[in-house]
Each structure stands twice: as C-alpha cells, then as structure tokens.
Write a protein that binds this ligand. Structure first.
Ligand SMILES: Nc1ncnc2c1ncn2[C@@H]1O[C@H](COP(=O)(O)OP(=O)(O)O)[C@@H](O)[C@H]1O
Ligand SMILES: [Mg+2]
Length: 296
C-alpha cells in the first residue's frame, strides 16, 4: 500500500480547511491523500427501525461531499493523488480506524453539527491523543504563512514523538523551528527545606530541554532551531507562540498527566484556543498506560 494522509470531511467549512492543509502536506511529503466520509446512521435511525429511503439519502450526501472534496483537492494541487472512502459508522470510529494506516490524520476543529461558537467538535476531542501518531486539527480562515513551526515540550519522554513530528514538518517546509519549554516552579521548591536556588533550577531546566533536542537536531541538521526556555504558564506561552506559527505541535500528554488520561490538560486547552493548526502527537508504541501512568 502506498503511504497516504487521511483527512475526514463532512463538507463543513472547517473540514474544507482541513482538506486544504492535508492536500498541501501530501504534496510536501510526496504521499497520496485519502479523503474519508463517515456515514453516521445513528443520529437519524435506529438500525432496527430504519426510516425508508434514509440510508440512500445519507449515501447520496456522502458521495457528494467526497466528489466535491476530491475536486477541490485536485484544483488546489493538480499533482496530488487522491482516493476517497465512504464508510458507515460514527465519524470518530471510522477516522480512528483510518488513522491506523495513515501517515497522519487531519480533521477540522468543528463540523456541521455542534452549536454556534463551539470551539471544538466531538471528533477532534475523541481522536486527538487517543489514536497513535499525529492528529492535525485545522481551523478555517487562516491564510498567512509565518515560516515557523512551534513545538511545546515539558521535559518528559512523552513529548519526544511531538519533537520528531515538529522537526520533520520544519524540514519539509524549509522553515525554522521554535521549541518552547515553559516550566513552572515545582511546589516542593517553595518548601523551607528545599532552599530553592532559582538560578540553579533555571539551569537544570535548560539542560533538560537541550538534552531532549540534541538527538533530533542531529537527525535534521538543516532545521534552524530557536529554543525558548521560560518560567511561565505553558498554555498562554504556547498560544502566544502559535499566533505567529504555521503549525503548533504538542505531545498527547506530559509530566502532569495523571493515570490513564490520554490527552493532557495543556494539549486540550491549546486545541480549544489556538488560532492556527495544531498537531497532537502520540507515540505509536504507547498504549496510553505507559511507564508514566502512575507518576503523577
Ligand atoms: N461524517 C464525517 N465524516 C468524516 N469526517 C467527519 C465527519 N464528521 C466530522 N468529521 C471531521 O471532524 C471535524 C470536526 O467535526 P465534529 O467534531 O463533528 O464537529 P461538530 O460537533 O461541530 O459537528 C470535521 O471538520 C471533519 O474533519
Ligand atoms: Mg459533527
């Protein structure tokens, strides 16, 4: 099977933005594009009591969405190879399955459902951090090119796949990479016995970040890296950096993740509030109950 990027579409404006992002990335990577529409019977029909003609209508709508998406993809980049898939099932199940055989999965931040002003639909919430590899969530209405990819790291091993993805994206785009490591004073540093030397902690944090970077920089020597190690809250720091970035990359969870949580709080917040595309990258080997599962 040739490598491909999977993109989910329900025909919405955000899904169209996702499609455009996916088309461009397929060309950058030299892989094909698989456009997927899930026919979700459930909200309309109980399988036992189908409304006559409903299934035909859903299929018709799905075919139309896919035809229009394929046309738009080829108009945008005539050199892209496109396939389409019409599959019955709930969108998150169908797309989760498709992600298993894709280089990455791309979806819009919202779709046809949801309510006005909703920032994130159920599909990205269910999939980001839950499926292995990268889930890229794209919003409509962003045309600027900034020439920078931003990645958020927190010194945990969980962010290694995110670093790898971010270096790869920067290399593919021929742009710079900003590595943002926003750290906060650990609570125990304030206890009287810790005698916390802030400069020492600062140096230690910088070292952690540099160690994480070294291996990737070796693999992608052409990528120019700016690393920003700052004592600040991660969410606002990442959101600010992403305002001037073509892509923000985060890991699925980090140091603060508790138990079996698959999407950490920083990644979740960033997904809700970022202005541009966000990639949530989870290790392909991770089971979600990795060695950090009990470390708080
Ligand atoms: N039926 C579907 N088939 C394929 N992809 C879908 C489908 N529904 C949603 N998606 C993908 O998920 C994104 C978010 O949609 P969703 O989570 O359903 O938001 P909303 O609640 O606003 O409808 C869409 O932009 C699209 O990329
Ligand atoms: Mg929907």
């Amino acid at each position: 099977m040739t490598e491909s990027i999977a993109v989910g579409t329900d025909g919405s404006a955000a899904a169209t933005a996702a499609l455009e992002w996916a088309v461009d990335d397929a060309v950058r990577r030299g892989v094909s594009l698989r456009i997927v529409h899930a026919m979700d019977r459930w909200p309309h029909d109980l399988v036992e009591f189908p409304t006559p003609g409903r299934s035909g209508q859903l299929e018709c709508f799905g075919e139309q969405v896919l035809t229009e998406a394929a046309k738009a993809a080829m108009e945008r980049r005539p050199d892209v190879r496109v396939t389409t898939e019409l599959i019955e099932g709930t969108p998150s199940d169908v797309l989760g399955g498709q992600a298993e055989t894709a280089v990455e999965l791309v979806v819009g931040n919202r779709g046809l459902g949801g309510f006005a002003g909703s920032l994130l639909g159920s599909v990205p919430v269910r999939l980001a951090g839950h499926v292995s590899g990268a889930v890229v969530v794209v919003r409509q209405g962003r045309a600027e090119v900034y020439g920078e990819v931003v990645v958020g790291v927190d010194g945990s091993a969980e962010c290694d796949p995110a670093l790898g993805f971010a270096f790869e994206q920067a290399a593919l785009r021929g742009c710079g990479l900003r590595v943002v490591y926003a750290w906060q004073m650990p609570l125990h540093a304030f206890s009287p016995e810790a005698g916390g030397d802030i400069e020492e902690i600062r140096r230690a944090q910088r070292l952690v970040a540099e160690e994480r970077l070294a291996g990737w920089q070796e693999r992608f020597p052409t990528v120019e890296v700016v690393s920003e190690v700052t004592r600040a809250r991660p969410v606002p720091t990442l959101l600010a950096a992403s305002a001037r970035a073509d892509l923000l990359v985060v890991g699925s969870r980090g140091l603060g993740a508790v138990g079996s949580v698959l999407l950490g709080s920083v990644s979740r917040e960033v997904l809700h509030h970022a202005r541009g595309p966000v990639a949530v990258v989870r290790s392909t080997r991770s089971t979600g109950r990795g060695p950090r599962a009990s470390s708080g």
